[in-house]
Design a protein around this ligand. Structure first.
Ligand code: RVP
Length: 499
């Protein structure tokens, strides 16, 4: 006879947190959101922790190298999408790893033979007003000069004027030598009242540009997530089909943490993948997704460093409709968190869990943490920002960004859904959609983080571990959900209706 779960499968929106005593010490500036991402033994420190409990989804529409840099800068981690060629993914990892905070590879470059017209066209295209002039017009060619908006007057100068006639030539430039630290570069910028400092190697080839504004931004990000070499920590998604090729390339590119990306991770395919990775490489690997105790224990026994929880709750996911499998995200998380705690009790090994998919409101993140998640993974949330890889469009009067599921015909990520059949997507498990454009990651994340910290104070908790231990969570009735929003009033325009 089939096994029945007689309790309904619950989602985050069916719960609320009940406040605990808020002491005077319990204010948002005292809250830390540092959280483990890989397993560790009792009394030891994990090899990797996040400074904020956020990861971005392994999706074409969400996590590329740009998102990886932006999120690591804020203290979280991106898992760069794997539904692309091995070379393409490795190149993205390499790019994110080689990005040095404050040191920028020049993206606007010309040669002395170009003209003012070329400078203006380039500026129009890229928005950059500083142009590096190199021998071959490349980002790492021999540096011959710099052009900024102060070097020409559009009203007076002819458009055919050659760059060599108005650039600031190399001999007159203040520059740094390779190996210079960010704070030394900043001193030069301040001492010489510069906006931009080029950094060159021994042969005067251009390495980087350091901008005054980037240094200030760097200073504003005390939470950034760096490895021992001061590069950003970067994750990457893999699958259970081509791991023998993909994993070596990702490890060589510098990926710190891998995750097997699959809609259903309770499989022997995942076990083999983890075992291959563990016996050949010294790299961390997460696995999933699972929705129950059995799935969790199976992947932990296989050697996974963290476990991802959630089937069918993603905003673009139609797996539950198509295949009739899945579980309400809250129910799945509550059961897996209990299994994780029991496993810790028995073995002294703490295996972090990640709640993946279905976060709609910011408070869902706090609920997920309170229910035992160590961090969350989000697709829709990050897809709305400037830093996501997709197009920003105007639909009607609103700006939107494109967002599509990995199981949609657009992504065709059959490896994510394959259970050992034909190598191809037989039917869609995801949709192609738009999400409202929301601006910059940094700004939105700051607001979300403040909300989480503030709720944690309501719950009398200064750390995620305290929240998990002390939270009191109540089920809500359908009518009390209505009571929770603005009701029985006539809303004025521009009133807050949610995030
Ligand atoms: P959300 O944050 O609700 O947008 O959910 C993102 C998650 O949805 C991903 O991390 C992944 O687990 C899942 N996903 C991605 N593509 C699809 C699909 O096409 N069904 N689902």
């Amino acid at each position: 006879m089939a096994h029945y779960y007689m309790e309904p499968s619950r989602t985050f929106s069916e719960f609320l947190l009940v406040p605990n005593l808020t002491t005077k010490a319990c204010n948002p500036s005292n809250v830390t959101l540092k959280t483990p991402i890989v397993k560790f033994k009792k009394g030891e420190q994990p090899a990797y922790s996040l400074n904020i409990p956020f990861s971005s989804a392994v999706m074409q529409a969400v996590s590329d190298d740009r998102m990886a840099v932006a999120l690591a800068r804020s203290g979280g981690i991106s898992f760069i999408f794997g539904s692309q060629s091995v070379e393409g993914q490795a190149a993205m990892v390499r790019k994110a790893k080689s990005y040095k905070a404050g040191f920028v590879v020049s993206r606007s470059n010309l040669t002395p033979g170009h003209t003012l017209k070329d400078v203006l066209e380039l500026k129009e295209r890229t928005g950059h007003s500083t142009v590096a002039i190199t021998s071959d017009g490349s980002a790492n060619g021999k540096l011959l000069g710099i052009v900024t908006g102060r070097d020409y007057r559009i009203s007076r100068d002819s458009l055919s004027k050659q760059v060599s006639d108005f650039m600031t030539p190399f001999e007159k430039l203040i520059y740094g030598k390779s190996g210079i630290t960010l704070s030394e570069a900043n001193d030069l910028i301040w001492d010489h009242k510069l906006n931009c400092l080029p950094v060159v190697d021994a042969e005067n080839n251009l390495d980087y540009l350091v901008f005054r504004k980037d240094y200030d931004e760097h200073k504003e990000n005390p939470s950034e997530l760096l490895d021992a070499n001061k590069s950003y920590v970067v994750g990457a998604g893999i699958n259970t089909k081509d791991y023998e090729e993909r994993v070596p390339a990702l490890v060589a590119a510098g990926a710190d943490v891998l995750v097997i990306d699959s809609s259903d991770g309770y499989s022997e395919w995942q076990q083999s993948t983890i075992q291959f990775v563990k016996s050949n490489f010294d790299v961390k690997i997460g696995a999933g997704n699972v929705v129950d105790r059995e799935g969790f224990l199976y992947l932990v026994e296989a050697g996974a460093d963290f476990i991802k929880v959630g089937i069918g709750g993603g905003s673009i996911c139609i797996t539950r409709e198509q295949k009739g499998i899945g579980r309400g995200q809250a129910s799945a998380l509550i059961e897996v968190a209990a299994a994780r705690d029991e496993y810790f009790e028995q073995t002294g090994i703490y295996v972090p869990i990640c709640s993946d998919g279905g976060i709609v409101h910011d408070y869902h993140i706090t609920l997920a943490l309170a229910m035992g998640a160590d961090f969350v993974m989000m697709g829709r949330y990050f897809a709305r920002f400037d830093e996501s890889p997709t197009r920003k469009l105007k639909v009607g009067n609103n700006f939107v960004k494109e967002f599509w599921g990995e199981g949609s015909n657009r992504a065709r990520n059959w490896e994510r859904y394959d259970t050992g059949g034909k190598a191809g997507l037989m039917f869609e498990e995801g949709v192609d959609s738009y999400v409202p454009y929301a601006g910059s990651l940094h700004e939105n994340l700051s607001k979300t983080i403040h909300k989480i910290k503030s709720t944690m104070c309501n719950c009398g908790s200064l750390t995620i571990a305290e929240l998990q231990k002390n939270a009191r969570i109540t089920l809500v009735s359908a009518t009390s959900i209505v009571e929770g929003g603005a009701h029985d009033v006539i809303l004025k325009e521009n009133s807050i209706t949610g995030e």
